[in-house]
Each structure stands twice: as structure tokens, then as C-alpha cells.
Design a protein around this ligand. Structure first.
Ligand SMILES: NC(=O)c1ccc[n+]([C@@H]2O[C@H](COP(=O)([O-])OP(=O)(O)OC[C@H]3O[C@@H](n4cnc5c(N)ncnc54)[C@H](O)[C@@H]3O)[C@@H](O)[C@H]2O)c1
Length: 360
């Protein structure tokens, strides 16, 4: 499949616009996917990844940009959903000229798409992209950026977990509960701090010895287990996947002892149907894209001129959104993942429709 020959897939997925960007001299090959601008300009990060083929890159950008539309809608942002992929190896192919060429393509869209960091791109890269475009977030604090987005990601996950705790146990606190945190990276560390402050006991795991050392040094009361498999089988009340995607699969769900799953990792459900398996076992799953929206809330705030307190207030509302989703799921007899999609679609339709009221 080649450039433009491959746009049939985007027709069938309902995207507004898919832009192929190429600059031969710098080696840039990028695809920008705009799923929806019903709520405002599309916001989503740039993934720099060595895809096996153009078809794979296109598939990824279409999936990711659609996901951002739903995430931004439920985060209460006046932003639509988009995402970009740069096809290449970030270790070998990233250069100033490639990033700036990419920035010029983003600028050419006139503000229909705002970019940010994702896998393979970092705050320093966004500072370079910003030399060519005004439509970039996730820059460094020195450049007016929001800094490390994991701070509010963890805060939002904690809010989602409080809402789930209230739904199951009647009170919005994790005090006295045992929470398993799988992945003690940027988000997992902040989350552990919130949980301990709330009075939870934490059991954690990480493949990195450095992360394990960090928790031993900073939170000696945290129990450590060997791996995620041991954690899933452990006597925990809440499971918080904060490492990689696919944490909930056909092996983990049947043995999981937790009553609630709320974590930061993207794409926690390994395949469609897992949400039903969780529901059948009476395990409450708060959709990942709802509870991990604190990061996008943090970077989106840059568009208004970054203000941490305002962004934190917005991320705190993840508690209310999660509550609403859990109530809707119960009322409509569907898993929370389905209720979340319905709520996002409703907001895109209801607020997007207002554009039909003519203003001069
Ligand atoms: N940082 C954000 O703002 C943000 C926002 C939304 C979603 N997320 C998602 O949350 C997750 C965590 O993000 P992060 O920024 O903390 O990433 P990170 O890379 O800082 O941390 C991930 C941690 O998981 C550990 N890990 C990897 N494989 C593991 C395994 N099999 N078992 C246990 N630990 C394992 C790593 O050693 C690392 O310490 C990712 O899936 C990310 O996509 C992050």
C-alpha cells in the first residue's frame, strides 16, 4: 500500500482529514490523523516509531487519533482528537531538520491540529517543533510548557480510583484498602504517594531495579512482589496497571483477586471482550482513557498559558466523570467501557452541534 492509495481505510473509520507529510532531504515521513474537530482543534501527541510498513503506521495513527477524540471529549476539553506518527527510528532518524520540517507541516494545518509528546518524542523535541509552529504543547517549562505530565496523570488516576471505591464500598477513599501498583515509573511513583497519603497499603512491582530501589528508599512500607503475575494473584482490593498496555488478558482476568482495576497504562484491555469477562467476574474496570486523561489536561492547558492550579482542578473532575460513567453503566446494563464511549459520543454530538447556530 502506498501514499494516498491507502486512504480508503480512513474513509471507513470516519476521520475528517488524514495528511501525509514527506520531506525527502531530512527523511521525514509523517502521517497526521484528524479524527474530529467537533469540540475544537484536534490535540494528540506525535509517535516516532519504526513501523514495519506504511500500512501499519496509517493503522496506528487512525486508531490513536480516534482514541484522542474520545479521551479529550470526556476530559471536558474544548478540543477534538488527532494524533501523528513519524515513520522512522527515533534513535537513528531524529534530527533538527526532520523535527522542524514536521513542525512546518503542523503549521500548514492552520491550527486544526495541535501536537504533543508521545512514544519516541520528548519535551525537548517539542521545543524544536515549536520553532516552526504555534500549534504545539508539551514543551519545556522554560519555553512556557506544562512540564512533566505524569504529575496530573497520577492525580487523575487517583481520582478515578476514588470514584470506583465509592461505587463499590460506599466511600471515596482508598484508606484501609490494599492497592497493587504494577509499574513504578513516572506515573506509578506519584500514584503510590497519593495512595499512601490517603491511608491505603500499597504492594508494587517493576522490572527495573532502579525503580524498586526508589520505592525501598522512599516508601519502605510498600510491599514488593516479583512481577505482575504475582501481583494479580495477590490479595489486593485494587489493581493499578501503570506499565505497558495489554495488562488485562485471558491469563490475568480469571485469576485477578482485585474488585477494581484503575490504572494509568494505555490500552489495558488486551482484546475486545475482556471488558465483558471482567464484568462477569464482578470486577469494576474504569476505562483507561478516562482515568489517565490528567496528562492531556495538563498539556492542553498550555494553549491558554499554563496554570498548574487550573489544570489540577480540571484533572480533579475525573472523579465526577468516572462516577457518571459508572452510574450510566449500571443504568444501561453495559460495561463501563461502553458507557464511557456513549458519553463521549454524546458530548461530541451535543456540543459539536452548537456550531450550527450561526455567528457572524
Ligand atoms: N506519563 C503520562 O502523562 C501518561 C499519560 C497517559 C498514559 N500514560 C501511560 O501510563 C503508563 C506509565 O507511564 P509512565 O509515564 O509512568 O511511563 P514510565 O516509562 O516512566 O514507567 C513505566 C514503568 O513500568 C515499568 N515496567 C515495564 N514493564 C513492566 C512489567 N512488565 N512489569 C512491571 N513494570 C514494568 C518500567 O520499568 C517503568 O518503571 C504507560 O502505559 C503510559 O502510556 C502515561
Amino acid at each position: 500500500m502506498g501514499v494516498f492509495a491507502s486512504t480508503e481505510e480512513s474513509d471507513s473509520t470516519g476521520h475528517e482529514q488524514v495528511v501525509f507529510c514527506q520531506d525527502k532531504q531530512s527523511g521525514l515521513k509523517a502521517i497526521i490523523g484528524i479524527y474530529s474537530t467537533a469540540l475544537g482543534p484536534a490535540l494528540g501527541g506525535t509517535r516516532f516509531y519504526p513501523y514495519a510498513s506504511e500500512a501499519e503506521a496509517l493503522h496506528d495513527v487512525l486508531e490513536l487519533s480516534r482514541g484522542m477524540a474520545y479521551k479529550n471529549a470526556l476530559a471536558g476539553l474544548d478540543l477534538g482528537g488527532g494524533k501523528a506518527v513519524i515513520w522512522g527510528d527515533p534513535e537513528k532518524d531524529k534530527s533538527e531538520s526532520l523535527l522542524r520540517a514536521y513542525g512546518r507541516f503542523v503549521q500548514s494545518l492552520g491550527g486544526r491540529y495541535y501536537t504533543a509528546c508521545d512514544v519516541g518524542t520528548y519535551v525537548a523535541d517539542m521545543d524544536v517543533v515549536a520553532r516552526e509552529t504555534n500549534f504545539v504543547t508539551g514543551r519545556s517549562v522554560e519555553h512556557g510548557g506544562a512540564g512533566d505530565s505524569s504529575v496530573l496523570t497520577a492525580w487523575g488516576v487517583f481520582q478515578g480510583m476514588r470514584a470506583a471505591a465509592e461505587h463499590i464500598w460506599g466511600s471515596p477513599t482508598l484508606a484501609g484498602r490494599r492497592v497493587g501498583v504494577a509499574g513504578l515509573g513516572k506515573v506509578g511513583k506519584h500514584l503510590t504517594a497519593h495512595l499512601i497519603e490517603d491511608g491505603a497499603s500499597v504492594v508494587a512491582t517493576d522490572v527495573s531495579e532502579r525503580a524498586v530501589q526508589w520505592v525501598r528508599a522512599n516508601y519502605p512500607q510498600v510491599d514488593l512482589v516479583d512481577d505482575a503475575a504475582a501481583m494479580v494473584a495477590a490479595d489486593i482490593d485494587v489493581y493499578a496497571p501503570c506499565a505497558l498496555g495489554g495488562a488485562l488478558d485471558d491469563d490475568t482476568v480469571p485469576v485477578l483477586r482485585a474488585k477494581i482495576v484503575t490504572g494509568a497504562a494505555n490500552n489495558q484491555l488486551a482484546h475486545p471482550g475482556i471488558e465483558k469477562q471482567l464484568a462477569d467476574r464482578g470486577i469494576l474496570y474504569t476505562p483507561d482513557y478516562v482515568v489517565n486523561a490528567g496528562g492531556v489536561i495538563q498539556v492542553a492547558d498550555e494553549i491558554e498559558g499554563f496554570n498548574f492550579e487550573r489544570a489540577k482542578l480540571r484533572a480533579t473532575r475525573i472523579y465526577d466523570t468516572t462516577r457518571e460513567i459508572l452510574q450510566l453503566a449500571e443504568a444501561e446494563g453495559v460495561p463501563p467501557a461502553v458507557a464511557a464511549d456513549r458519553l463521549a459520543e454524546r458530548r461530541m454530538a451535543e456540543i459539536g452541534r452548537l456550531r450550527t447556530i450561526h455567528l457572524r
